[in-house]
Design a protein around this ligand. Structure first.
Ligand code: HAM
Length: 424
């Protein structure tokens, strides 16, 4: 019986020829985190389902349609994490990470899961990187979080992106705005899509980012949130823009950014790459001043962002940017004959202990087949031992780039490290 296994829809394998690009992106993210003094946090891949249901919000697409939920053997409800903010805040509260009173700056990365319709740049398992700054409502911190994102994208060398910002206000000014939206959309109720009809009562702001064309044309003339901001929220937004200007960060105010998750208050932002097609959000984030309390902690403001690595890699490819390089062995070890092979095993172990990366193809016997393998491996040098070298207690070190070679006595193999270091 033949069984045909294939990868689940909306997922993909990271193959050896691209894994180094991932590492490059993650390393650049970690280096940016160091620059801004953010520390890494790692949370589980699954959490109690109600953590997301209550925080991300029951009118969000994520909770309504996209969560991978399951019951464990005792019937407890869990979910594969669809995003990183709620788990980080759960951990912040549970581990009392705010104890010092200083701003808690955290970064994370890892797989997230959303049962979404797969397409270019959108997957069911995708890999997010993100940061959260917890403990301050100061508008400078919003600007700093945005500056982190901008620095990261620039450090990768990306140029084709733009920043859009908005303020979605606080729980107080949202009330008036929600009323205004309900008033605006009510006469069009029958023309709205089923999702918008459902959301109208609970969260009318979500009608502003509906992807259905007919809803979009109705939403075009809806009132702007910015006109409904109360004085504190308006000042906060003005200050965020002030600090962005001071930092030289270019942005556009887009009063239609509402973000698809319910926990946002005040600042909301997205970095877009419009060459990416429908999934053009490189990363998105904002402030969430009610989330820590909602998850069971003391009232504590927070702000952060997250982005998908897949869309970054697409952007890097589009801009033909250098993406690190795959590792190559320093030495390819060739042996001719049984006795040389046994000596080879001993020397390979010694050379690896010196920190030299080394590879051999033990099943290939002829010089020709081993030389072919050496060239395919892109190794810098080959070491060759045949019967003659063995009887003289020496080896041939051949530079595969230049083509010249030199004899080295077994007792002097320490020299090889120096030769490699010089050649690199
Ligand atoms: P989000 O907008 O849902 O926000 O996702 C952030 C980013 O993750 C998106 O801009 C996109 O780059 C990537 N992304 C989302 N869904 C997919 C998918 N199905 N396939 C590939 N990439 C995807 C959040 O997740 C918030 N937790 C961000 C945040 C952090 N807000 C404050 N702190």
């Amino acid at each position: 019986m033949s069984v045909n296994y294939s990868i689940p829809r909306g997922t993909y394998d990271i193959l050896p020829e691209t894994s180094y690009k991932w590492q490059y992106v993650l390393k650049t993210f970690q280096e940016t985190a160091k620059l801004f003094n953010f520390k890494e946090i790692v949370t589980p891949i699954f959490e109690k389902a109600d953590l997301f249901e209550r925080s991300v919000g029951d009118t969000s697409d994520i909770v309504e349609k996209e969560m991978y939920k399951f019951n464990d053997k005792k019937g407890r409800k869990f979910a594969l994490r669809p995003e990183g903010t709620a788990p980080v805040i759960r951990s912040f509260v549970e581990n009392n990470l705010g104890f010092s009173g200083n701003l808690c700056r955290l970064f994370y990365s890892g797989p997230m899961f959303r049962y979404d319709r797969p397409q270019k740049g959108r997957y069911r398992q995708f890999y997010q990187y993100g940061i959260e700054a917890i403990g301050s409502n100061h508008p400078y911190i919003d600007a700093e979080v945005i500056a982190f994102a901008d620095t990261f994208l620039r450090n990768l060398g990306l140029k084709n992106y733009n920043l859009e910002i908005n303020s979605v206000g606080c729980s107080i000014c949202t009330q008036d705005y929600d009323l205004a939206l309900k008033e605006y959309f009510s006469p069009h109720f029958d023309e709205l899509c089923p999702d918008c009809k459902k959301r109208m009562g609970k969260n009318p702001k979500r009608l502003l980012d509906c992807k259905v064309k007919s809803c979009q044309s109705i939403a075009k003339n809806a009132p702007s949130m910015i006109a409904y901001l109360d004085e504190d929220c308006r000042t906060h937004f003005e200050q965020v823009k002030f600090y962005l200007d001071k930092m030289g960060i270019v942005y556009k105010v887009n009063d239609r950014i509402v973000r698809g998750l319910d926990y946002y208050t005040n600042t909301a932002f997205e970095f877009l790459n419009n060459n990416l097609g429908a999934q053009n959000a490189l990363l998105g984030g904002g402030r969430y001043n009610g989330l820590v309390k909602q998850i069971g902690g003391k009232e504590t403001p927070g702000v952060g962002f997250a982005g998908g690595i897949e869309r970054l890699l697409l952007s890097l490819e589009q801009e033909e940017l250098f993406c690190g390089k795959n590792s190559i062995p320093e030495i390819f070890f060739i042996t001719l004959g049984k006795n040389a092979q046994i000596k080879g095993v001993e020397l390979i172990a010694k050379l690896r202990n010196m920190g030299i990366s080394i590879v051999t193809e033990i099943e290939k016997e002829s010089m020709k087949s081993q030389m072919k393998a050496a060239n395919k491996s892109n190794a810098l040098f080959a070491i060759i031992i045949g019967e003659e070298e063995l009887s003289n207690n020496e080896l041939v070190l051949k530079d595969l780039q230049v083509g010249n070679q030199k004899m080295i006595a077994f007792k002097d193999i320490g020299e090889i490290k120096e030769i490699i270091d010089k050649a690199k």
